[in-house]
Design a protein around this ligand. Structure first.
Ligand SMILES: NC(=O)c1ccc[n+]([C@@H]2O[C@H](COP(=O)([O-])OP(=O)(O)OC[C@H]3O[C@@H](n4cnc5c(N)ncnc54)[C@H](OP(=O)(O)O)[C@@H]3O)[C@@H](O)[C@H]2O)c1
Length: 341
């Protein structure tokens, strides 16, 4: 038996858009590398709060235009779409800035700090008629499409349980965005969103949430575990931590078979189908590996724009908002509130 093939097009097939990168930090560098290596997307501009950092990033990647402010970036007529790669705390404002300038937006996860902010961005994008996609890159990977097809084909029987974890060890650093309350730090919005989003992908909107967690001295979540229940009776067990490197694996278990995704489950990888009889089938290893898989979400947005669409069927904006509602509820139960919320 072989597994279904992914239907995700090669990222080089998407017609090119002119991209501007807003906030040239760690993930922005990986995104530009992925785009330059695997797509025809053109990164034409970068904007930083500092002209020096914009120049350095532009030089590193051979980007034509460097702007010393985000306002100048979004006003650049050469830019069609903006990749928002600032901390979670600023996604709402930066997405609204780009949308007001008429640009399409690919907004890093977590889409915003909370569901109310997510709703504002969605409303603004719809009013402006620009494409808007949450950069939850896992959702756009070929690996995920194999899982999507297996679920649609009923290969697992009744899906009952999803388990997924995402923990990384970080030295405590109050100045890092991961630990700073004013930058919407904490494990959940940075790492825990992967298991929560994966549960939503498999099981749909949750009916209830029960969460427990512990906080850092500065009051962001250090560790969180949650049970999400669904109308079908299925449940998801998700956990996240900033204090330990966990296996980062996921499993989807049904009455006839289960799917196993080795760690890190949220990156391009192999899908393993294990039947109740113990038969094991695996997909081929993906051609594009690791974080270079970021190119798929950007090429997806470019294809949407070429097709005259503004929202992704793979991750609808309603689902983005609903995932933020789940994160809001988990944060409320563990006692995390960001300054200014
Ligand atoms: N998809 C993934 O696999 C993945 C992986 C890592 C991170 N992310 C997401 O990407 C986003 C950025 O993460 P990152 O790890 O790239 O962060 P980072 O390395 O700290 O970069 C963030 C950038 O945001 C800008 N910025 C704007 N306002 C800021 C403020 N008040 N404080 C600090 N920086 C500010 C800075 O650039 P300038 O000052 O130069 O403008 C900074 O370089 C987050 O939403 C994160 O969850 C996604």
């Amino acid at each position: 038996m072989s597994l279904p093939l992914p239907r995700i097009p090669d990222p080089s097939e998407a017609p090119p858009l002119n991209w501007g990168v807003l906030a040239p930090g760690g993930i922005a560098a990986t995104m530009v590398e992925a785009l330059q290596r695997y797509t025809r997307q053109r990164v034409v501009a970068v904007g930083s709060r500092s002209a020096g950092r914009a120049d350095a990033f532009a030089q590193r990647f051979g980007i034509e235009r460097a702007h010393g402010s985000y306002e100048a970036l979004v006003a650049d007529p050469a830019v069609d779409a903006v990749y928002i790669a600032s901390p979670h705390s600023h996604h709402r404002d930066h997405a609204l800035l780009a949308i007001a300038a008429g640009k399409h937006v690919l907004v890093e996860k977590a889409f915003t700090r909370n569901a109310a902010e997510a709703g504002e961005v969605v409303d603004a994008a719809r009013s402006a008629g620009v494409a808007c996609v949450e950069a939850m890159w896992t959702r756009f990977l070929p690996t995920t499409d194999i899982v999507r097809r297996l679920l649609a084909d009923g290969a697992l029987g009744e899906v009952e349980t999803v388990t997924a974890d995402h923990g990384q060890w970080f030295a405590v650093d109050p100045t890092s965005r991961l630990f700073a309350p004013d930058l919407a730090g904490g494990a959940l919005l940075d790492l825990g969103i992967y298991p929560v989003s994966y549960a939503s992908f498999v099981l749909g909107e949750r009916a209830s949430v029960t969460a427990r967690g512990s906080l850092t001295d500065l009051g962001v979540d250090r560790q969180v575990a949650a049970v999400l229940t669904h109308g079908s009776g299925a449940h998801a067990l998700v956990s996240t931590t900033l204090a330990a490197r966990t296996p980062t694996v996921a499993a989807i278990s049904g009455s006839r078979a289960r799917i196993e995704l080795d760690g890190p489950f949220y990156t391009p990888g192999v899908v393993r189908l294990v039947t109740c009889d113990g038969d094991v089938t695996e997909s081929e290893p993906p051609a594009i590996q690791g974080h270079l898989g970021l190119c798929f979400e950007a090429s997806h947005l470019a294809q949407l724009v070429a097709d005259g669409a503004t929202e992704s069927p793979l991750l609808p904006l309603e689902e983005t908002v609903s995932i933020m509602e789940t994160l809001d509820e988990i944060r409320a139960q563990v006692g995390v509130r960001y300054p200014g919320e």
